[in-house]
Write a protein that binds this ligand. Structure first.
Ligand code: GCB
Length: 605
């Protein structure tokens, strides 16, 4: 069990959560001398930057954008006197990729992994009714022993540089919200929910962990605020009559209120919006509330102008509006768990999420997108350091599932993106990861991973772990693009026939397919990179999807153009977006809208 609570920060009758977002002091530490120079007590300089945000795109110096190493942040936190007696926490939505936190000069937390929250318990350190100095050292170096994978090299001029084994810019810093929290010493720590539908009623089995022994009370309120069910005890069942189900693009949310009681006194209170729904895989179907669903939507990124990977509430809103407009019903959080606010919005809007752990780059290549179809093998899971990587990966799986398990929107876990699967060494590695996810998820949601082009039916040794087989395929782009598209289609169909012949009796979905397209380019007849070609490519791909009954979903790569490292394969970023980075439609958006709006929800069900 994790040694801190993952519950989202909330103010309730017993808790306080105050945002620490805003302008923080900021300093690069090129020589790695921060500690020696006493920065834990206060950093040098007077530069300020916004939190949350990636630090890279504010500045005009390339040395800052490409900076690799430690950066330091500092702010003051005023802790109200009336909070004395409670536990005081500072909660980071994420710090990419690792951080050490100091309060009043004392180290209070360290965390490894850049896309999941952690808490610093500062109860014993803080001064009440006074300002407290909060300093955070964040490091953004990539390694092969943590996820996402890559390496850090040193250039001839002595500067360090990140070399990602993945195709997105290594944005970093304090990219998500920071909260100062006061929580009762006896508190709700975690809870699990499972659902069963019985005719028009529903049973919600719950189990609640607290840090004390006082009795627990649970109440469920409907959307009008009326009590729909209640129960006593840390474990039990809520019986909901005439339950309103959480449906695709038609969400119904109940409010779950958990209270720890000392006679009539509330010791702690936590609440969360939940949705009643079941998810399962049966044969080749993905079932939500027992009915087949065909997924349509995107692989996305948290990526936008200026703030980079920083959580941006306006961009989130625009993205959901565009997804609704185009008729999407789902997305994958490629290639890392997203900000918690995005899941809250998906819960409310009825979008289905395939939640992905940051296990990307598990194929040693700086251009895996180009090398993925060459048959190249890098013996990635046979390194001396593989056990260290596995440990970090398991920890991220645990943090992700603990954080996200109670969101109705989360229908599946994606446990790796495009790993190497063609060597036997991958098999025991996969087994540990997949078993862990099954053990941790009270709802036993389907597990998947995204298969790289090299992972073909005859070569992949790991597809059997997936409850839903997810393919990333680029026939017509990386393989036989342009006028060779008829060969691409032939090869694509040949591979699909190979999967069909295996008769796995599992649903398949496409978690990636796409073609780089410049929003500025039109060409008649088409050439690759023109908007006309993106349309042609999609017509071909859709024909293939529609020919195989076991294909139960399509999530195009990518929702929007996004930033990558510079290089000859990328024109200031990856341009496979259906929308530009500024969130305006390319031509292909209208083609997709037409298709997705016309496909029934239970297409091929
Ligand atoms: C992939 C990767 C994704 C890349 C994409 C591409 O297979 O999973 O991260 O951005 O291909 O466009 O090459």
């Amino acid at each position: 069990m994790l040694d801190y609570s993952m519950l989202y920060p909330k103010t309730t009758s017993s808790r306080r959560a105050v945002s620490m977002n805003g302008m923080w002091k900021f300093q690069l530490d090129e020589k790695g001398e921060g500690e020696r120079n006493g920065w834990p007590e206060g950093i040098a300089g007077d530069q300020m930057i916004p939190v949350p945000a990636s630090f890279q795109d504010f500045f005009t110096k390339k040395d800052i954008r490409e900076y690799t190493g430690d950066v330091w942040y500092e702010t003051d936190a005023f802790v109200p006197g009336e909070w004395e007696g409670k536990a005081i926490w500072i909660r980071f939505g994420a710090a990419t990729h690792r951080a050490a936190v100091y309060v009043n000069g004392v180290k209070v937390a360290e965390h490894e992994g850049g896309f999941l929250p952690f808490v610093a318990d500062v109860t014993e350190i803080v001064r009440y009714n006074a300002k407290n100095k909060v300093v955070v050292k964040v490091n953004n170096e990539l390694t092969e022993t943590n996820i996402p994978c890559g390496r850090t090299m040193t250039l001839a001029d002595g500067k360090k540089m990140n070399k990602p084994y993945f195709d997105f810019f290594n944005y970093s810093g304090l990219q998500r919200s920071v909260h100062l929290m006061a929580v009762p010493k006896e508190a709700v720590y975690d809870f699990d929910l499972t659902y069963e539908l019985c005719g028009s009623d529903a049973k919600i089995a719950y189990s609640i962990q607290t840090t004390g022994d006082h009795p627990v009370k649970v109440s469920l309120y409907d959307a009008d605020g009326n009590e729909a069910a209640h129960s006593e005890g840390a474990e039990g069942t809520l019986f909901v009559q005439n339950a309103h189900l959480w449906q695709v693009r038609n969400a119904y949310l109940y409010r779950l209120v958990i209270q720890i009681m000392d006679d009539a006194q509330v010791v702690d209170e936590y609440e969360q919006e939940i949705g009643i729904r079941t998810v399962e895989v049966k044969g080749t179907d993905i079932l939500l509330n027992g009915s087949p669903v065909y997924l349509r939507g995107f692989g996305k990124h948290e990526d936008s102008d200026i703030v980079g990977r920083g959580f941006n509430i306006g961009v989130m809103k625009r993205d959901f509006e565009l997804m609704k407009w185009i008729g999407a019903n789902s997305f994958r959080t490629s290639h890392y768990p997203y900000s918690e606010e995005i899941y809250q919005m998906a819960d409310r809007e009825g979008f289905l999420i395939i939640d992905e752990v940051p296990a990307v780059g598990m194929f040693e290549s700086l251009m895996n997108f180009a090398e993925a179809s060459t048959g190249k093998s890098t013996a990635f899971f046979e390194k001396e350091t593989t056990p260290v990587l596995l440990k970090a990966h398991l920890k991220a799986v645990e943090e992700m599932i603990t954080r996200d398990k109670n969101h109705p929107c989360v229908i599946a876990w994606s446990l790796l993106n495009e790993p190497e699967t063609t060597n036997d060494a991958a098999v025991p590695y996969f087994k540990e990861i997949f078993d862990k996810a099954r053990e941790l998820d009270p709802q036993k949601r389907p597990r998947t991973f995204a298969l790289i082009m090299n992972s073909t039916p005859d070569k992949c040794r790991c597809y059997q772990f997936s409850d839903i087989v997810a393919l990333n395929r680029y026939y017509g782009w990386y393989v036989c693009g342009g006028y060779e598209i008829s060969n691409a289609e032939m090869m694509f169909r040949k591979e699909m026939d190979g999967w069909k012949a295996l008769d796995l009796n599992k649903p398949f979905i496409f978690t990636e397919y796409g073609a780089d397209t410049l929003g500025s380019e039109h060409k008649l007849p088409s050439v690759m990179w023109s908007q006309e070609y993106q349309d042609e490519y999609l017509e071909m791909v859709h024909g293939v999807f529609d020919s195989y009954d076991f294909v139960k979903g399509e999530q195009i790569w990518n929702f929007a153009d996004f930033q990558t490292t510079e290089g000859i394969m990328r024109v200031n970023g990856n341009k496979k977006g259906v929308f530009t980075r500024q969130r305006q439609p390319k031509d292909v958006a209208y083609l997709l809208k037409k298709r997705w709006e016309s496909l029934p929800l239970d297409y091929k069900g």
